[in-house]
Design a protein around this ligand. Structure first.
Ligand code: 3EB
Length: 351
């Protein structure tokens, strides 16, 4: 039993464990992101009030599919607004939105993916304005065929155009105070986005080894990606750290293009640099590699063993990590790792 109020925390469960939880547990869940290569279980949605997003990705390190759940506290309220399903407590809102590009026509100046992205983000911002959760903590972005080219532009770059236009349309910053995020490629499916937002401004953290993504030069596309390297959220006594998708990028360049072990090491050095920044800013420093929960997106399944061996060597103890097959937003990047801080203040809650 949790004793104190306003705890935001995450947990990973297998899909079957998720479905077997008692109603009381479900009543604390703000939402879930379920990674499964299999067709979506209809039970996931039937009669469930929990907003749940299914990401069609293969888990590489175990047979079981995995659900990332986010828990709130107290009375939860859920709803639907346009294409968004959401649930919130007093301080935090979790939402999911999926949009098919086929709803949009290839207009003169905007591609269908760009329009879908802009629409999804505009819907998110409008909802947050209406419900008064103005601060975005974190976005999860999943995009079919992320490295393919259409309409003369790589699809990830089309996504970046639509995303930034929505930020600008809502008068939001596109440099500095921008949310943490990840952006990964799927074999197929609609544009799939989840988000966490709240009523307190997070601290946005950059990585001194990297140029901020929102300042990437033109060579990476007509619009820079709108995300920060991490966000640190303070909720009462709690601090939750969201480290964005992190890759083998130093400055703005990809390093070690064909060496997956070296990319893994460079990525972890980047995560360590972000942790150092977080500890400088945190009320309760003490975030470390061993206490993070990792999601490791692997482009080539055959690279799993090498990536895993490096990660385990660098973290020291067996890391809390889930490995998933995904495309990464630059062709020469072989992996991307995101991480969330475990909450060391609560004993016996290791999840
Ligand atoms: C990078 O450092 C790797 O577009 O939202 C990581 C995390 C990356 C988020 C995004 C992209 C995004 O640029 C790619």
């Amino acid at each position: 039993m949790r004793d104190t109020a306003s705890h935001l925390h995450g947990a990973n469960l297998s899909m079957s464990a998720f479905l077997e939880q008692p109603a009381q547990w479900q009543n604390s869940v703000l939402g879930a992101i379920c990674f499964s290569a299999d067709a979506v279980e209809s039970r996931m949605h039937a009669g469930m009030e929990v907003p749940c997003m299914c990401v069609p990705m293969q888990r590489l390190d175990a047979g079981e599919s995995i659900c990332e759940t986010w828990h709130g506290s107290g009375q939860l309220t859920q709803g639907q607004s346009g294409d968004i399903h959401y649930r919130h407590d007093e301080g935090v809102l979790f939402g999911v939105i999926t949009l098919s590009e086929t709803q949009f026509e290839a207009g003169a100046d905007k591609t269908p993916l760009q329009q879908a992205t802009e629409s999804a983000y505009r819907q998110v911002f409008a909802l947050l304005d209406t419900l008064h959760y103005p601060y975005l903590f974190r976005f999860w972005n999943y995009i079919a065929d992320i490295n393919a080219h259409s309409f003369g532009l790589e699809r990830y770059r089309q996504f970046n155009l639509g995303r930034q236009d929505a930020f600008l349309a809502h008068g939001r910053d596109v440099v500095g105070n921008v949310p943490a995020a990840c952006a990964l490629g799927l074999a197929q499916g609609p544009l799939t986005i989840a988000f966490l937002a709240g009523r307190v401004a997070p601290l946005n953290i950059e990585n001194p080894r990297q140029i901020s993504a929102y300042q990437y030069p033109q060579q990476y596309g007509p619009r820079s990606p709108t995300f920060s390297r991490a966000s640190l959220v303070r909720l009462g006594q709690d601090e939750v750290l969201f480290i964005s998708g992190t890759a083998s990028v130093v400055g703005h360049a990809t390093l070690h293009p064909a060496d997956v072990a070296a990319q893994t090491r460079e990525t972890m050095t980047n995560i360590e640099a972000v942790l150092a920044e977080a500890n400088r800013l945190a009320n309760q420093p003490g975030f470390d590699l061993a206490s993070l929960h990792y999601k490791v997106y692997v482009r080539h399944p055959t690279d799993l063993a090498q990536i895993r061996a490096e990660l385990e060597r660098i973290v020291g103890i067996a890391p809390n990590a889930v490995y998933l097959q995904a495309d990464v937003c630059r062709r020469d990047l072989l992996l991307e790792i995101e991480a969330t801080a475990a909450r060391p203040s609560i004993s016996g809650q290791r999840d």
